[in-house]
Design a protein around this ligand. Sequence first.
Ligand code: PSU
Ligand code: MN
Length: 306
Amino acid sequence: MTHPLVHLSPAVRDALVRGAPVVALESTIITHGMPWPQNLEMARRVEGVVREAGAEPATVAVIEGRLCVGLEDAQLEALAQQTRAAKLSRADLAICMAEGRTGATTVAATMIAARLAGIEVFATGGIGGVHRGAETSFDVSADLQELAQTPVTVVCAGAKAILDLSKTLEVLETLGVPVIAYGQDALPAFWSRDAGLRAPLRMDSAGAIAAAQRMRQTLGIPGGQLVTNPIPAEDEIPRSTMAPVIAQATADAAQHGISGKDVTPYLLQRIYELTEGGSLTANIALVLANARLGAQIAVELAAQPA
Ligand code: PSU
Ligand code: MN
């Protein structure tokens, strides 16, 4: 079930062999999404939350060419301190491995690794999507294509509010990706619970999400599901507070000529500065909530074998 080139940690291997629930976790959020040392603290707490909810966490990264699914704590710590880890999406994964380098996986690359390992659920903060101004920049994240192809349910807090959320929804619809709001009608917008847009689909339980994934599999429809889980109310930053901050960060990125893979990390860092750390506190809270829901879905999937 697991591809021979995937290096499983002993705990993840044991869980997969037993058919126990496993949740994949990405690492770009550690190396390119949050500053040291909060990134390490977040990564450890996320793993703890997954375990508490009855599943095994499997953080994914390429370490000296090895595609690792499940990291030991020392590996997690070393990665969190890496300042030169590459940001790996679908386009870069194989090259990083072939050259024996170290890199952190984005949503797209983590989905690929999860599929190769036989893991069906993945929890993160926010996915990439269609950037503002994409009509001229053509900046559309490879995460969207991956959701259309790779059969993994991804739990996030909505597409990051730095994106053009309406265009992101349109592309996901074109690609046939179900976008499910968890427990509410509105699409969540990462730091805020409501993007001001209605989500295409709504589901209210982990069991229903798991059953939908099984049905998709039975019908032979490729690709995954996107579950958007609103940030807990007590941790949210209202949309009206974030709007000018995002506008400022976006303008700064344009002024500095930031493009390609650097756009998302630049915006997240700039928003962290502009909110004096407030965006990071919210970001950590929403990742923890997503890890919990991801684990609940993994538990349901394990109880509903294919
Ligand atoms: N959300 C965050 N922090 C991040 C990312 C998302 O809060 O660092 C990362 C994810 O790994 C996502 C990637 O897959 O940004 C998208 O990058 P791009 O827009 O270049 O595809
Ligand atoms: Mn991009």
